[in-house]
Design a protein around this ligand. Structure first.
Ligand SMILES: Cc1ncc(C[n+]2csc(CCO)c2C)c(N)n1
Length: 237
């Protein structure tokens, strides 16, 4: 599937997408994504990103599971729980691929520290799960789906189908039709929940959607910089 159809013009998603247009442009122009597109991204930077992403997926799955437990609609709960399962299976797949490709042991992978940005993003999602309403939690979760689909299809197009590209597997995962169907379902759910919410809740949903999109920008940026803890040198052990 190429770009997704536009969401209904009068819904939450259309407005959230319009409010974050410049940030999305900036995401496509990030050095990480430009280097991913032209294939020049180093294996070291990609490996750093994959380890952090595996960490991220665990936190993301926790937020999805929390959303599933708070839904009073069985279909929506089933969708959210299935998405949590998909995120955890993806984590397992990345983990296994990393062990195989880079020859690292489980202990070595476990020893890689979660980056400040990865911890901030997952902590934000977990905090939304604990202290925000169900609609705001869903709005915080949505950029993860939608921004990735957007970036995946943009890179697929820019690489003319990604055939033989060094990062072909990654590009095809997020430009995939099945993934696009999941994004559409997530968008429909958020539009439905927003339509049943009051104005102040909708505004908080916009803030959460923006924050989630900002964290997506920061996640790629932090991988490019192979971000570490600036305070690590002061640790006594
Ligand atoms: C930082 C970061 N943000 C979004 C995704 C994309 N993503 C991962 S799992 C999932 C939905 C359920 O499979 C989605 C959309 C990612 N990998 N890493």
């Amino acid at each position: 599937m190429s770009e997704l159809p536009d969401p209904p013009a009068d819904g939450f998603c259309a407005e959230a997408w319009a409010r974050t247009a410049r940030l999305r442009e900036a995401i496509l122009k990030l050095p990480f994504n430009e280097a991913l597109t032209d294939g020049s991204l180093s294996r070291e930077v990609f490996a750093f990103y994959i380890v952090q992403d595996a960490r991220y997926l665990v936190g993301f799955a926790q937020a999805l599971s929390a959303a599933a437990t708070r839904s009073d609609d069985a279909d929506d709960a089933a969708f959210l729980a299935a998405a949590a399962n998909a995120a955890l299976l993806e984590e397992r797949r990345l983990h296994a691929g990393y062990v195989e490709e880079f020859g690292l042991t489980d202990a070595e992978i476990a020893g890689v520290e979660t980056s400040p940005t990865c911890l901030a993003y997952t902590s934000y999602l977990r905090a939304c799960a604990l202290t925000e309403s169900y609609p705001v939690l869903l709005a915080a979760i949505l950029p993860c789906f939608w921004v990735y689909q957007h970036v995946g299809t943009a890179i697929l197009e820019a690489t003319g189908g990604a055939e033989g590209h060094p990062y072909e597997a990654w590009i095809k995962t997020y430009a995939d039709d099945e993934f696009a169907r999941g994004v559409l379902a997530a968008r429909d759910l958020v539009d439905k929940v927003a339509a049943n919410s009051d104005e102040s809740t909708r505004e908080r949903m916009h803030e959460a959607f923006l924050r989630g999109t900002e964290y997506e920008w920061m996640f790629w940026d932090s991988a490019w910089r192979r971000e570490s803890w600036p305070t690590a040198e002061f640790r006594d052990r």
